[in-house]
Design a binder for this molecule. Structure first.
Ligand SMILES: NC(=O)c1ccc[n+]([C@@H]2O[C@H](COP(=O)([O-])OP(=O)(O)OC[C@H]3O[C@@H](n4cnc5c(N)ncnc54)[C@H](OP(=O)(O)O)[C@@H]3O)[C@@H](O)[C@H]2O)c1
Length: 314
């Protein structure tokens, strides 16, 4: 990518898109194209067609999506399927129509079968049934991978896909019901500390194992792969390490400084028992994460506190 190339970062206000945007600015890119969803609704086929015809971006990072935790995924099943399919269909198809040189589609580790062997290797895609709670979201993301592959096969488009593990970082979503586990823990422990509560209840049993990557590390990987990966299929992006939700909760509790007790609410769903990415292909290409979990949670907590001070929506 030339430093003056026109690069569209779809979803630039989100956690992932904003990290990619910051990385491109840091690398000296000068011609970045962005639109908030209020200016360009990517579900709207005609609006997306008009935008691509007018702007003709050369490169696209597709980081716009409807995203949420287990409960949101399970509750808004139709919205997660319809909105994600619409966004990615419109952006991928118009990227082909207007001759985009390279596009990166961002999916997620929920594309893998619920009971796939661990760690998850790229070749396990479509080898078993999906986790029921986020099946609509996963089906949309699998369609995105297959769409990039189909445009590569039929039209020779250089469209690549990457599947990040669970992410956290600056600009995360701290909504009390719709957020992912790590930001939800930060908020709960912080509020418990502020309100002098004796205990915090954690969703689920605490036993599922999960992997977490700081979003700025993901942006580094996306930038690296935009220069160094030009194949069909997809690549996992993660750290290659996991921990139990209980151990994660203890780490967040320590960083936030909450001194009360932990309890577990087993009436809330656990989701997949373990989700760890096999990142050997990524490591073989020459990329490895830099920010370890404790440092990353400290940075995320500082971001949470500064947003609170500014009274920004969390
Ligand atoms: N968060 C994670 O743990 C995680 C893990 C793995 C993969 N990913 C993937 O990374 C990507 C981005 O996730 P994220 O965590 O950054 O999500 P996010 O913070 O919720 O950001 C999503 C972005 O998508 C945009 N968007 C949503 N609907 C749109 C629409 N109809 N039209 C235009 N823009 C729309 C939003 O734009 P506005 O702000 O302008 O409304 C927002 O900036 C997704 O593909 C997700 O699957 C995320």
């Amino acid at each position: 990518m030339e430093k003056n190339a026109k690069i569209y970062v779809a979803g630039h206000r989100g956690m992932v898109g904003s990290a990619i945007y910051r990385k491109l600015i840091k690398e000296g890119y000068t011609n970045l194209l962005t639109r908030a969803s209020s200016e360009l609704d990517l579900r709207n086929q005609q609006a997306v067609t008009d935008f691509f015809e007018a702007e003709k971006p050369e490169y696209v990072f597709l980081a716009a999506a409807k995203v949420g935790g287990i409960v949101a995924n399970n509750t808004y099943r139709a919205d997660f399927l319809f909105e994600n399919l619409s966004i990615q269909n419109n952006v991928i198809h118009q990227s082909y129509k207007t001759g985009v040189k390279k596009l990166m589609f961002l999916g997620s580790s929920c594309i893998y079968p619920k009971l796939a062997p661990q760690p998850l290797k790229e070749e396990y895609l479509l080898t078993g049934l999906l986790e029921e709670t986020n099946e609509p979201y996963a089906i949309a993301k699998i369609s995105g991978i297959k769409m990039c592959d189909a445009y590569r096969a039929q039209y020779n488009c250089n469209f690549i896909s990457v599947m990040p593990t669970n992410l956290y970082g600056y600009n995360d979503n701290y909504h009390p019901q719709n957020s992912h586990v790590l930001p939800a823990l930060i908020r709960r422990f912080h509020e418990a500390k502020e309100n002098g509560l004796a205990e915090v209840s954690i969703w689920g049993s605490g036993s599922p194992l999960r992997e977490f990557l700081f979003a700025d590390d993901l942006a580094e990987a996306c930038y690296f792969l935009m220069q160094n990966f030009n194949e069909g299929g997809f690549l996992n992006i993660g750290t290659g390490h996991d921990l139990s939700i209980k151990d994660l909760a203890l780490l967040v509790k320590k960083i936030v400084g909450f001194e009360g007790a932990l309890t577990f609410d087993s009436s809330k769903p656990d989701g997949t028992p373990r989700k760890l990415m096999d990142v050997s292909k990524l490591h073989d290409l020459g990329w490895k994460h830099q920010i370890e979990l404790e440092e990353g949670i400290q940075l995320a907590y500082q971001d949470f506190l500064s947003k609170q001070q500014e009274n920004s929506p969390l």
